[in-house]
Design a protein around this ligand. Structure first.
Ligand code: SF4
Length: 367
């Protein structure tokens, strides 16, 4: 008989499964607590369950946390993890440290799909194609796996929280997998689960308009980040192919709708590419777009990847672009990509690993 997978179920669903096995509901709470507060991967490690019960649960249910295949740490402390799922597909998750009084806390950047169908021309994931959506269990599993690794490295007390924020900015377009993303968010947000407040959860989109509207309808107080990256349809068509279907004008309308429905400020991400979208005219067009929306702008100077057709602008260009926006009263920051030395931009570690595997296979074949 197939075992029931518990990772990715809400507390209520876990209670139903456990109750269906003839056990009292409080056992479900214990399991849920071990899973999300202590990142335990096996029933046999759940110390307050009787031994026979651990064996029984192991026969009837499973907890499939993604396996850490590889991890790298950057000079700035960013840690990048390559994780393997039960069907051996691989995804990436990144942990970005922030030092605060009381110790280091991490922002976890999770993937929502294996690969990505959007195909942005500057993105390693987009260039390697789409394989499948992740389940809610595979999304929450990234948080569980990475928090466990971080605790082991930091030798943290097992119950103390290391996570401050979760951002859906890894591989994939989260709004194209909204049902599973929302299920995962309910567990990430649940006080009994991972326990991260909605305002500390960010969903990033390349501009999938139906998804923005659907997210607005949920009433969630999460933060929406929109990867704008261009101020004209002509340029945006070139760098984010989804724009050919979901045009800039409609995108801005959907963002107004989102703001009206949720009362939340939106952040625009703007990747600066030399000779593509970083002129003074672009800066003024961008300010005209974002000012009525009272949105924040994050400028991200591009870090070229191997074989990329794009280049990073000179520092003068970056400074001038920022000054134009600030001069127009836009709330703007320049964000350097964290972990650039370890290929922390989405899809780069997987792409590099695949490249290396192919090279290794080629060299084996030639022997
Ligand atoms: S940037 Fe994001 S949306 Fe675009 S291809 Fe990469 S993962 Fe997909």
């Amino acid at each position: 008989m197939d075992r029931t997978e518990l990772l990715g179920l809400s507390l209520q669903e876990t209670e139903e499964v456990v109750n269906g096995l003839g056990l009292p509901r409080f056992r479900a709470r214990q399991v849920y607590h071990w899973l999300y507060k202590h990142q335990v991967h096996s029933f046999y490690q759940m110390g307050n369950l009787p031994k026979e019960l651990r064996y029984f649960l192991d026969q009837k249910a499973s907890i499939t946390v993604p396996r850490v295949v590889k991890s790298r740490v950057s000079q700035d402390g960013t840690r990048k993890f390559l994780l393997e799922l039960s069907d051996r597909k691989r995804i990436e998750t990144v942990a970005i440290p922030q030092t605060r009084t009381g110790g280091t806390k991490y922002t976890i950047c999770v993937s929502s799909q294996v690969g990505c169908p959007v195909g942005c021309t500057f993105c390693a994931t987009g260039q390697s194609g789409f394989e499948r959506d992740l389940t809610a269990g595979e999304i929450t599993g990234q948080v569980v796996a990475v928090e466990r690794e971080l605790k082991q490295r930091e030798k943290s007390v097992s119950g103390s929280r290391l996570l401050a924020n979760v951002v859906f900015m890894g591989m994939g377009e989260p709004l194209l997998n909204l049902d599973e993303v929302l299920k995962a968010i309910s567990i990430i947000n649940d006080e009994q689960g991972i326990g991260i407040g909605q305002r500390h959860i960010t969903i990033s989109t390349a501009g999938f308009i139906p998804g923005i509207k659907a997210l607005a309808e949920t009433g969630l107080q999460v933060t929406l980040a929109v990867s704008l990256h261009a101020t004209t349809n002509e340029v945006r068509d070139r760098i984010i192919p989804m724009n050919r279907r979901y045009r800039l004008e409609g995108l801005l309308d959907s963002i107004s709708y989102y703001i009206e429905k949720t009362g939340r400020r939106v952040t625009f991400e703007y990747l600066l590419l030399e000779g593509v979208n970083s002129s003074v005219s672009d800066a003024y067009r961008l300010s005209r777009m974002v000012k009525p929306l009272l949105a924040n702008v994050n400028l991200i100077p591009y870090n070229p990847t191997e074989g990329s057709q794009y280049r990073r602008p000179e520092q003068d260009t970056i400074t001038r672009f920022m000054a134009c926006l600030a001069g127009e009263g836009v709330n703007v920051t320049v964000r350097e990509e964290m972990g650039a030395d370890i290929k922390a931009a989405c899809g780069q570690l997987k792409a590099a690993t695949n490249r290396r595997s192919k090279q290794e296979i080629r060299s084996l074949k030639s022997k």
